[in-house]
Design a protein around this ligand. Structure first.
Ligand SMILES: [Zn+2]
Length: 338
């Protein structure tokens, strides 16, 4: 899922997202609740109508940004009180209000409020976050009124097998239509993320979608899919594009580099996106050096198309029984893709 933090995947029209192969996008509850406000989004017809995107949308609960962006004031079982990063006003989030806001925004998949602690907290703090996340999940399930939104439970537990198991035991009886794996990609080494997926994914029912939150690099997507993950979201394709960095079939391309100055070849000869079909590396470099807005737009389109093609080809490889071969074939080009 490309990320549309504030109700827009930066620099791309909905039609271009479709053209790039995107099927589902993510929007951030925290940002939209602060600005323009969930009630304003509702008055504008809800997220789909407001954004002009008729495909599926997933919203997070806002919890992750509260814990990572905002200045926390109070955190207890009832609620989390935080200071808005926009105007400093005090706001609070409860499991019930996280659901109410997401019902106003109107996405197809919505998330329970969870507590996502830093990756290096002591075991007792981790256990407390797991248990609070479970209690909050039950309250979210109870608070849900709309019947046309799939509410996902979120597993916490860091990289600790026991804590992950405890989290699954708490959430599974609530019978969510989908499950997310939270608390990864928060600073731990990728190998630890993979080994955590090795014991976490099998805890989840095979007939429900599994969503690995906030991940990641192309190689992380392949490693996650081969371990049984279905959904991912990451700002990387669009953020890196705005920083003049493109993912290509032959590795990462920094388009500002002087070697591209007179290069008439496309960004990625293996890509059939509008950027690669229509423009040269030399022109893209010129756009970035001139700070023209078309530069980030063209690279964003390509990077989203790259991610979507990678997933499409991986799906095809898995159907033919060749997932592991696909991984080995891509490993060398992807290892430096950060
Ligand atoms: Zn392309």
């Amino acid at each position: 899922m490309p990320v549309g933090t504030r109700g827009t995947v930066k620099g791309l029209w909905p039609q271009q997202l479709r053209e790039a192969g995107a099927q589902m996008i993510l929007a951030n509850t925290y940002h939209l609740a602060l600005r323009p406000g969930a009630d304003v989004v509702a008055d504008l017809g809800g997220l789909h109508q407001m954004m002009g995107w008729n495909g599926p949308i997933l919203t997070d609960s806002g919890g992750f940004q509260v814990f990572s962006l905002a200045e926390l004031r109070t955190l207890n079982d009832d609620r989390v009180v935080f200071k808005s990063h926009i105007d400093g006003s005090l706001l609070d989030l409860t499991p019930e209000s996280a659901i109410r806001i997401q019902e106003q925004l109107g996405a197809d998949c919505i998330m329970c409020l969870d507590e996502c602690p830093p990756h290096d907290v002591p075991p007792e703090r981790l256990a407390a976050a797991v248990d609070r996340t479970t209690r909050w999940a039950a309250r979210c399930r109870e608070a849900q009124q709309r019947t046309d939104q799939a509410l996902f439970g979120i597993l916490q537990g860091g990289i600790d097998p026991g804590a992950r198991e405890r989290s699954a035991q708490g959430l599974l009886p609530l019978d969510f239509p989908g499950y997310a794996i939270g608390g990864l990609s928060v600073g731990e080494h990728p190998d630890l993320m993979y080994s955590t997926l090795d014991f976490t994914v099998p805890l989840l029912p095979a007939d429900r979608p599994r969503y690995l939150m906030g991940v990641g690099r192309p190689i992380d997507l392949i490693e996650g899919v081969l371990r049984g993950v279905d959904l991912f979201d990451c700002v990387m394709p669009t953020r890196n594009a705005r920083n003049a960095t493109a993912f290509t079939s032959t590795g990462v391309v920094k388009i500002r580099n002087a070697k591209h100055q007179r290069d008439q070849s496309p960004l990625d000869p293996a890509c059939d996106c509008s950027t690669c079909r229509g423009f040269s590396r030399g022109y893209l470099r010129h756009l970035f050096l001139s700070n023209e807005m078309l530069g980030p737009m063209l690279l964003s389109l390509h990077n989203v198309a790259y991610y979507q093609r990678l997933m499409r080809e991986l799906r095809e490889a898995i159907l033919k029984g060749g997932g592991a071969d696909f991984r080995s074939a891509h490993l060398a080009a992807l290892r430096d893709a950060t």
